[in-house]
Design a protein around this ligand. Structure first.
Ligand SMILES: C[S@@+](CC[C@H](N)C(=O)[O-])C[C@H]1O[C@@H](n2cnc3c(N)ncnc32)[C@H](O)[C@@H]1O
Length: 421
């Protein structure tokens, strides 16, 4: 591993590939720790070999568990007697991309404060602001309007939701920005026509398959520059993640869609009421899981459909059990007292949160592996690529940024890589 890249410099060139290989090796070597999901296994397979770790985690109180979930270095310290925790933290560390200072702009009244801060942090990583831009999955094109203001260059914004497209047009007209918003499903075969060679593509938090489509199109149509912050890696993926790059396709690691979700399952700072609702649903699902094992006499997890929190909670735990039992063709005996199953669900939730600390250690690595696969694809198609962070986690936990540019005529990505390292 290139330690210089790990501790200060954004990842680029040969360091990207070296990091991809190192992350792959560590994830393969540690898969017995992060693969099994605690919510599916009342006894995790690794507990047989590390009972002291399971005991230690089960004995933690709620505050200690939540504290460790939000403090990766402290978690690594605690888990290091059992796991290669320090290596995992070091390999998951990606520094910030250096920022250019932007001319001061008053906060626009139509852009939520947090989104505005993300947009400024994102655009301060643009290396060029002279190219026309294409904004991918633009929402109301807040990012595109700000780019147009900075660059004085036209922006094309693609979004499939009519109402957001209309709002984008209205805001652009009101602020007199050269932004043309178009209603376009970016997964449709027609989407590729929007990518042009003399163009910078901007994509802030385009989800899963939406950003993977963009990456494939960039490889094919080669716009001059790309700035992408990906999110929701599992969305639109098949059962198994299919790496985009040749490097990824040769890799010894394979991830399922469920494993792509691990990268996102961190503590998010939701308002108290939402947090409580989410926990209630989790506890109830776990209570139902214990119940269905008893009803079927089979010790295995059953997948359950998505549930809307407020509506489901309003109907109560018994209604949830009936609904999920029907979904699986099971019958809950009418005389069965479900209160003990609900209480057992809450106890299971505390246990699952504690045991999930093991997976939490590997979350940054799983995310990084996927984004490095994206970086390798761009590099394989001649782009000079840098990977870094564009803001603090507190602003958004999805803060990885891929910056790719085609080298100037006369140089090739290959000799740029060789000259740099
Ligand atoms: C997470 S939001 C990000 C929006 C914006 N980039 C931002 O940072 O505020 C993802 C956007 O993708 C849009 N979207 C989802 N599926 C799409 C598709 N197939 N084609 C185009 N846009 C899509 C959604 O409507 C939404 O506006």
């Amino acid at each position: 591993m290139n330690t210089r890249a790990a501790h200060g410099q954004p990842l680029r060139g040969a360091a990207l590939i070296a990091r991809f290989e190192a992350v792959t090796a560590l994830l393969v070597a540690t898969r017995q720790w992060w693969r099994p999901a605690p919510f599916q296994h009342p006894r995790l397979p690794w507990e047989a070999t590390a009972p002291e770790l399971a005991n230690y985690l089960r004995a933690l109180d709620r505050d200690a568990v939540e504290g460790l979930h939000s403090d990766l270095p402290a978690l690594a310290d605690q888990l290091s007697p059992w796991l290669p925790a320090a290596a995992s933290v070091a390999l998951g560390t990606v520094p910030q991309l250096p920022a250019q200072s932007l001319p001061p702009m008053p906060e626009p009244r139509d852009v939520p404060g947090r989104k505005w801060a993300q947009i400024q942090a994102f655009l301060s990583r643009c290396q060029t602001t002279t190219l026309p831009a294409l904004e991918w999955c633009s929402g109301k094109a807040h990012l595109g309007r700000h780019y147009a203001a900075l660059a004085g260059a036209p922006v094309t914004a693609l979004e499939w939701d009519d109402a957001l497209v209309a709002a984008a047009q209205q805001l652009a007209q009101r602020e007199q920005r050269p932004v043309a918003a178009h209603c376009q499903d970016v997964l449709a075969p027609t989407a590729g026509r929007w990518l042009q060679p003399a163009q910078q593509v901007l994509a802030l938090h385009a989800c899963g398959e939406l950003h993977r489509r963009l990456l494939r199109l960039c490889a094919e149509r080669r716009p001059q520059a790309l700035l992408l912050s990906p999110c929701c890696y599992h969305l639109g993926s098949g059962e198994d993640y299919e790496p985009l790059s040749q490097q990824g396709q040769r890799s010894a690691l394979q991830l399922s869609r469920e494993e792509l979700r691990i990268a996102l399952q961190e503590t998010v700072t939701a308002p108290g009421r939402e947090q409580r609702q989410r926990e209630t649903l989790q506890a109830w699902r776990l209570g139902f899981d214990l119940l269905q094992r008893e009803l079927r006499g089979i010790e295995s997890y059953l997948r359950t459909p998505p549930l809307a929190a407020p509506a489901t909670i309003a109907k109560g735990f018994a209604a949830l059990c009936q609904q999920l039992a029907r979904h699986h063709g099971l019958t809950v005996p009418a005389a069965l007292d479900l209160a003990p199953w609900e209480q057992a669900g809450w106890r299971r939730l505390a246990e699952v949160r504690a045991l999930d600390l093991v997976r939490a250690l590997f979350r940054p690595l799983l995310e990084l592996w996927v984004v490095l696969d994206y970086a390798c694809l761009l590099q394989e198609h001649g782009y000079e690529v840098e990977l870094g962070r564009f803001c603090q986690r507190s602003l958004t936990p999805r803060n990885l940024l891929l910056r790719a540019v085609l080298p100037a005529a006369g140089t090739t990505a290959q000799n740029v890589v060789e000259n740099t390292y």
